[in-house]
Structure formats: C-alpha cells, structure tokens
Design a binder for this molecule. Structure first.
Ligand code: FE2
Length: 244
C-alpha cells in the first residue's frame, strides 16, 4: 500500500495550476453496470451511517461539498472529482464501528475513549477495501487524519506521502467541525475556521492546499452559495449547517 500512497502527488505549478497524479486501481476500470450496483450499495451504506449517527452523515455530505468546491477551483477532472466525492462521503464511515457512548459523547473524550475513536479511519478502510475499484478511495479514507508533519494517525505518513485527497479531506473536515452546530454548541464563523487552518498550515495541514481552500471557499461564498456539486446523494437538506 505504501508504494501506491507514495505515488500520489500534487504537482504545484505557479501556485495555481495543479496536476493530480492519482494512481492505484482506478474507478474507471469498473464497468458502467458494476458502478451502478456499487452506487446503490454506497447509498445504502451511507443510509446506515445516517441511522447510526445523523450528525456524522450530515457532516460527511458537507465535507464532500467543501472538497468539491476546492476540486473545481483546482480544475480537477470529472473522474478526479468523483473519486474525491466518494472518498469524502465515506471518510468517516468507520464510525459505524465506534460505540455510541463514545461517538455521541458531548464532553471531551478521555484518553482511552480517544484511542477507540482513533480507530475509525482504519475501520473506514476495512469497510471499503474489498469493493473492486474502490481501493484508492479506501486508502484515501484511511489517511484522512494523517498530519502534514507526520504526527497524525494511523500510519504517521508525512507531507506528500499522504494521499492528496486525504490531505484535502482533513482541511474540509476541520472547516466543517468548526463551523457546524452541534446539539451542545453553536457553530463558529467562517473566519474562525480559516484562522485555525492558517495557524496549523505546515504542521497539521498542507499549507498549499490551505491557501487554495480558503481562496476557493471565498470565491464560492461570493458567487455560488447554493450550488451543489455532490452527485451520489440527493438528500442535500443535510448540507445545511443546523445541528441535525
Ligand atoms: Fe474522521
């Protein structure tokens, strides 16, 4: 797996133009009919997540939307956007395997509970890895809590070793965690989230992608606030910021 991961790169050209070099088993290698069956299965799995934890489901949709806003800003191809969408929709699917008392705990998790919670990216990977054609998506979900400085989990990958889409998901994930409302607290503003992303750019986050993300989100907010990019799910009510 590390062989595949290492090849995933974003090449930076003049700050703006990016070429995504995603390798691994491509989704396009799957036939149209198989893909349709997969999509039905994918929707069902997401429904299961919604039943398990309504907040995480809404969060996953919003994270996918934010990832795609960046994807479009970076000029990703349709195929790349689709792989990014699925990776983002499924990034937290492993939370299905986390006990409710931990997943829904309104207070800070203690050390032991946090260790259990930290297993969710590996569980996401386990759930997805046997779908033929979803191998790269599974890998992208596995690494969405890796940090740019190598202090993340589960595999302590560093900088460009981390799949490009995992790096993007972490940024969108953090943005949503700060701005969305929970039952026990109101979401904070857009700028608070941007400040946090900038503060930890280079340690937690890919600094180049943070810069592009904030640019893309500003542009989107000004122009296309209601535009939705997700294609797999049409239950877009959940994109709303209110606590579910
Ligand atoms: Fe996560």
């Amino acid at each position: 797996m590390s062989e595949k991961v290492k090849k995933l790169k974003i090449q930076k050209q003049d700050d703006d133009i990016l070429i995504l070099n995603q390798v691994g088993k491509k989704l396009e290698s799957v036939s149209h009919e198989t893909l349709q069956v997969y999509e039905m299965a994918a929707r069902s799995i997401l429904k299961a997540l919604d039943m398990k934890d309504n907040y995480t489901y809404g969060h996953s949709l919003r994270v996918a939307q934010y990832c795609l806003i960046l994807g479009h800003h970076l000029g990703m191809s349709k195929e790349e956007c689709y792989e990014l969408e699925l990776s983002a929709l499924f990034h937290d699917i492993g939370k299905i395997g986390i006990p409710d008392r931990i997943l829904r705990k309104p207070d800070r998790l203690d050390e032991d509970e946090f260790e259990v919670m930290k297993r969710h990216p590996e569980l996401s990977y386990e759930i997805l890895k046997d779908f033929k054609g979803f191998e790269q998506i599974a890998i992208n979900t596995r690494h969405h809590h890796e940090r740019y400085d190598g202090n993340g989990y589960p595999d302590k990958l560093k900088a460009e070793e981390i799949p490009a889409f995992s790096r993007i998901i972490l940024i969108a994930d953090t943005y949503d965690a700060i701005t969305s409302s929970r039952v026990y607290r109101k979401g904070l503003g857009h700028q608070v989230a941007f400040d946090e992303l900038h503060e930890f750019a280079g340690s937690q986050f890919d600094p180049f992608l943070v810069k592009q993300f904030t640019k893309a989100m500003d542009k989107h907010t000004e122009k296309d606030e209601d535009k939705t990019y997700i294609t797999l799910i049409h239950d877009l009510e959940k994109l709303k910021k209110e606590a579910a």
